[in-house]
Design a protein around this ligand. Structure first.
Ligand code: NIG
Ligand code: FE
Length: 402
């Protein structure tokens, strides 16, 4: 008897992306029922389907819908003037220490209305969606007070109502010490632990907790307090670490079972060992590397050797990576970090899902997973990585719907 389903895509080449491999299926079929993949595999082994709709893909390539696992999508203002200062020779650190950097975006964000923040975030979101992105992580971190951080998380969740996309929200109250607490940063850490984290949980607005663990942001001891609190309330943690120095934030977060440690240009062997032991994903951000003219490449070969999954993300933010194109990230990772096409595509599918704790439901073309697809006007996977500024997306499918 034929199984009934809503849609069948046939005559497609499938990149299944299970366990980080292409898993190419030449003559593939995908069937979707109730938002999920009922079948993804070769045509000659497919059961008979009675579908409401049959789509012929004319040999096009289908990948899982892309996942951007690290963004700061919601913010006010622009930092184009800082871009100019940096061109003239000032460093990211110097600008931050002079009151610019993250803090200047905090001021602009606090002043902006909900409507204005949503409007500008939607422009960036639409750019990602246009390239086949179906899941996006969105961090708070430009509010830095109880009220403002919750507002940013709420706006993050609201994006799911505005567009057909899955949003994962991360609390990054520990982005930088706000001006009001400069004299007593530990008091701000207490505010995060005692008020902001519990309130975000009670409001049901948060999927993970992140800390910028760096000399210009939060110390190891402060980061540890925040990770401890997050674990107490049952939230997974993530970290911005080893971006400017070897601060050992990645190892610390890994010991708290972090989903991911992100940036990692200055990661050392002890950090790699801790990440491997705790199954922490390495999320690399080649946009920030490029934009800051960083020269220290993250230890990609050592990560490979340790068997650590590598995810890739835009890090879309106004200061270090004003980038709303995940396809560009693939090219940057291939050119600057010498990652293979297979590694790049795994970085924005299965490994990106793992970086968000979504590996059981997203990131590969497998039975039972959410039917998020990107159908491309290419037949060779390397084309997705090789081209710059060309968008070969044919159709995006989110939870079974185009
Ligand atoms: O991921 N490192 C901290 N956070 C951002 C920068 C944010 C900003 O400069 O506004 C990052 O690079
Ligand atoms: Fe970031």
């Amino acid at each position: 008897m034929a199984s009934s389903c809503e849609t069948v895509w046939r005559d497609a080449r499938l990149l299944t992306m299970r366990d980080g491999r292409f898993g190419l299926i030449e003559d593939g079929v995908i069937a979707c029922r109730a938002r999920k993949i009922l079948y993804a595999g070769p045509a000659n082994r497919a059961p008979k389907f009675e579908a409401e709709k049959i789509v012929s893909c004319d040999g096009r390539l289908i990948t899982p819908g892309l996942i951007d696992p690290h963004t700061h999508l919601i913010f006010g203002g622009s930092r184009a003037h800082e871009f100019e200062l940096r061109r003239a020779g000032k460093s990211y650190r110097e600008i931050a220490e002079a009151g610019g950097g993250i803090w200047s975006t905090v001021c602009a964000t606090r002043e902006a209305s909900d409507a204005a923040l949503l409007k500008s975030a939607l422009v960036r979101l639409d750019s990602l969606i246009a390239e086949g992105v179906t899941t996006i992580e969105v961090k708070s971190g430009y509010g830095l007070s109880l009220e403002q951080e919750l507002r940013l998380l709420r706006l993050g969740r609201q994006l799911e109502q505005e567009r057909n996309v899955k949003i994962s929200t991360t609390l990054l109250a520990a982005h930088v010490v706000p001006y009001e607490y400069k004299a007593d940063p530990d008091r701000y850490v207490s505010l995060i632990c005692d008020e902001i984290i519990p309130a975000a949980v009670t409001a049901g607005l948060v999927d993970a907790v992140d800390v910028f663990c760096e000399s210009i942001a939060f110390s190891l001891a402060q980061s540890e307090m925040i990770f401890r609190r997050a674990r107490e309330v049952g939230l997974p943690v993530k970290v911005h670490a080893e971006q400017l120095t070897t601060g050992h934030g990645a190892a610390l977060a890994a010991r708290f079972g972090a989903l991911s440690a992100d940036h990692l240009e200055y990661l050392d062997e002890s950090g790699i060992q801790a990440m491997a032991a705790n199954h922490t994903v390495a999320t690399l951000l080649p946009g920030a590397f490029y934009f800051l003219r960083e020269t220290q490449v993250p230890p990609v070969e050592a990560l490979r050797k340790a068997g650590i999954p590598i995810a890739l993300a835009t890090d879309c933010n106004p200061g270090t990576s004003p980038l709303s194109s995940l396809l560009t990230v693939l090219n940057l990772a291939a050119v600057l970090f010498r990652m293979s096409a297979e590694e790049c595509i795994a970085g924005v599918t299965c490994h990106a899902a793992r970086a968000l704790g979504l590996q059981d439901s997203h990131g590969s073309l497998e039975e039972g997973k959410v039917c998020d697809l990107a159908i491309w006007n290419v037949s060779n996977p390397a084309e997705l990585v090789y081209n710059l500024g060309l968008n070969p997306l044919h159709t995006r499918v989110r939870a079974g719907h185009e």
